[in-house]
Design a protein around this ligand. Sequence first.
Ligand SMILES: C[S@@+](CC[C@H](N)C(=O)[O-])C[C@H]1O[C@@H](n2cnc3c(N)ncnc32)[C@H](O)[C@@H]1O
Length: 282
Amino acid sequence: MAQATAPSFSNPRPKLAYSREGTPLPERVAAYPELRYMGSKQRLLPWIHDVLAPLQFDSALDPFSGSGCVAYLLKTMGKRVVATDFLRFSSHLAKAAIENNRHHLDGPAIKALLRERRSKAAGFVERTFAGVFYTVEDLRFIDRVSTNILRVSNPYQQSLARSALVRSCLKRQPRGVFTVSGDLSKYDDGRRDLRLSIEEHFLEQIEVFNGVVFDNGRRNYACQADVFDSRPVKVRSCISRSAVRTPSRRQLLHQALPLPRRVVLLLERRRNRLHNENQEDS
Ligand SMILES: C[S@@+](CC[C@H](N)C(=O)[O-])C[C@H]1O[C@@H](n2cnc3c(N)ncnc32)[C@H](O)[C@@H]1O
């Protein structure tokens, strides 16, 4: 396999190389659950890994983390990963699996998530989706767990629970989550996933998501962000909270004024001269 050289000033564009046989993926990648996510790169992970493996780099930003599988691959490769997406559900997946290095859903947390609530009034999910998606029991369960999740104080456990609930909902549906609704009996091909209730799926998915948690020895970071809204200051402050040190005043000035003052003045003078010449011509 051709070796790619590390990026440097003299060689700013390393030639990307990958082996046709494929270098084995880190074993942990196999634990990451499939999410039927549109545009997911899960099946391309071996290729992405082949491309990235020869490159020397320490940290990676995945600003469109989606299902989280690419960010997870990077985490298993020992990189410090920052994963963001503008969808809340994606950012919970990333918080649960990428930023989270050690928290699991343990017995007390699971008990709190399953706690029955007294209210007889239908919750938002039941009111909105009865007759459209799932059975009434499933919808009540989603309402119950969604309410209980808000009472879980550990943000990593919250994200694990949300991830488990989302995957339970999509496994219970025969096709893409929102493409079919109402009476789905014609899609019933005897699959186990269609026979289990969302509650049964949820208990299984808790195990699945507990199984993806590991510590790669790095301070990874996940958040919900629109990449085009993230002005440098916002991104810096959001990352600096937990992943990197706050940049010094000198670093900030350097970023704000990347060109030497002398060069900026020369460019300004040239622009003004051209502007004046254009006005004289017209
Ligand atoms: C093709 S999908 C996900 C790809 C991801 N690597 C995977 O394998 O699942 C692209 C993602 O980009 C996110 N996205 C699109 N525009 C965005 C934006 N302006 N800021 C942040 N995320 C955005 C979408 O929410 C979606 O999750």
